[in-house]
Design a protein around this ligand. Structure first.
Ligand code: GLU
Length: 446
């Protein structure tokens, strides 16, 4: 990191103590911005970095609810409205026991640049709660979502802030929250949330979009080296929405997806993941990957507590959560001949892992570029809501494919322009940043 950037970075660390993930996300961006700041003195004069790193608004609130035994439960809710220079704040809600301000701020910060890269008019924000949905009944989930929205409703709106899903928040939760928003406001503002059901304002392809977009991006990146998915072994971590639809698209492109995982361990299935079974276990029964292995028969093995990155593969798509690929995992992947790593999750690779991939010269795509298909399709859902229209699957998927191709090419052209051809981290950070920085300056000191 250049000296002038280090000074700003140190101030940001001091102002935001104890937020390790936020520090990590800021550092990753600052590490690549030296040449941009040197070429654009106006960014330093206008303190653009300092402004982008300070959220426009941060909301923290109490979420009281009653469990099935009638006991009172208290959780903490968050919405960080990070930057609205390019459009209304946009980003998901995460319900997971690990959530605290540092997690929401890292996600919100990444979202600013990711959303900028999509080319759509959306700013960056993120929210969520330390609520743990694991093992909760449908009634408990509904009561929690209603209580969460009772406070959130006053802060959001189709032209203000548009939440969606993330870990622990899918179609069911969006439904309960949309219902409560509608009840409180007495408005059918379809565009206030994305990821809605198809009969009440949702968009086709939104469910599949993050995973599909990831594989589309990765295919284009592989092609730069004359490679593709066909016939290759693919390791995918996670078993949620991103992992499932990354598996589906990778299989459609001829890849052999052989793994999935959850917090208890991983499955390696030498016959290739049976997607119908995985969907049944995860989407319908809300079960675990160990159930998948048990029902799949002899081709699949469940490894409790192990690292999915021990499985030899040519393409690795981390689709679980932050910091799930550590430096030693990266070393193992490289030793086993990995040729490309593309992030489906947000910040799944640690700085040590990224350094190892970059030193080895393999293809590596950061999440803010490769997983942007989800939020991009949320942007398309907003367009459909605004025009009271709904598009066909094919039309929407074509739009997603165009957006992913465009993000890929923007990243690779920007990296080349700054003398780092093939460095997708540099390309994504610089291209995402410049657009926001110019908009911030144009709109004056606010
Ligand atoms: N949570 C997703 C992300 O990390 C999508 C957010 C959205 O659709 O607004 O980008």
């Amino acid at each position: 990191m250049e000296a002038n950037l280090t000074m700003v970075y140190d101030q940001i660390i001091a102002r935001n103590p104890g937020e390790a993930e936020f520090h990590q996300a800021v550092r990753e961006v600052f590490d690549t911005l030296g040449p941009v700041m040197a070429r654009n003195p106006q960014y330093t004069e206008a303190a653009v970095l300092e402004r982008i790193c300070e959220p426009e608004r941060q909301i923290i609130f109490r979420v009281p609810w009653q469990d099935d035994q009638g006991r009172v439960q208290i959780n903490r809710g968050f919405r960080v409205e990070f930057n609205s220079a390019l459009g209304p704040y946009k980003g998901g809600l995460r319900f997971h026991r690990s959530v605290y301000l540092g997690i929401i701020k890292f996600l919100g910060f990444e979202q600013i640049f990711k959303n900028s890269l999509t080319g759509l008019p959306i700013g960056g924000g993120k929210g969520g709660s330390d609520f743990d949905p694991h093992g909760r009944s449908d009634g408990e989930i509904m009561r929690f979502c209603q209580s969460f929205m009772t406070e959130l409703a006053r802060h959001i709106g189709p032209n203000t802030d548009v939440p969606a899903g993330d870990i622990g928040v899918g179609g069911r939760e969006i439904g309960y929250m949309f219902g409560q928003y509608r009840r409180i406001t007495n408005r059918y503002d379809a565009g206030v949330l994305t990821g809605k059901g198809l009969t009440w304002g949702g968009s086709l392809v939104r469910t599949e979009a993050t995973g599909y977009g990831l594989v589309m991006f990765t295919q284009r990146m592989l092609q730069t080296r004359g490679l593709d998915f066909a016939g290759r072994r693919i390791a995918i971590s996670g078993s949620g929405n991103v992992a499932i639809y990354a598996t589906e698209k990778a299989q459609e492109f001829g890849g052999e997806v052989i793994t999935c995982s959850d917090s208890a361990g991983y499955v390696v299935d030498e016959a290739g993941i049976d997607l119908d079974l995985l969907k049944q276990v995860k989407e319908i029964e809300r079960g675990r990957v160990s159930d998948y292995a048990m029902r799949r028969g002899s081709s699949a093995k469940f490894v409790p507590g192990g690292s999915v990155w021990d499985v030899p593969a040519e393409v690795a798509l981390p689709c679980a959560t932050q910091n799930e690929v550590r430096e030693d995992d990266a070393v193992t992947l490289l030793k086993n001949g990995v040729k490309a790593v593309a992030e489906g999750a947000n910040m799944p690779c640690t700085p040590g892992a990224i350094a190892a991939f970059s030193k080895a010269g393999i293809l590596y795509a950061p999440g803010k570029a490769s997983n942007a298909g989800g939020v991009a399709t949320s942007g398309l859902e907003m367009q459909q809501n605004a025009s009271r229209d709904s598009w066909s699957f094919e039309y929407t998927e074509d739009k997603l494919a165009d957006i992913m191709a465009n993000i890929h090419d923007t990243c690779s052209e920007t990296a080349a322009e700054y003398g780092h051809a093939g460095d997708y981290v540099m390309g994504a950070n610089i291209a995402g940043f410049i657009k926001v920085a110019d908009a911030v300056i144009a709109q004056g000191l606010i």
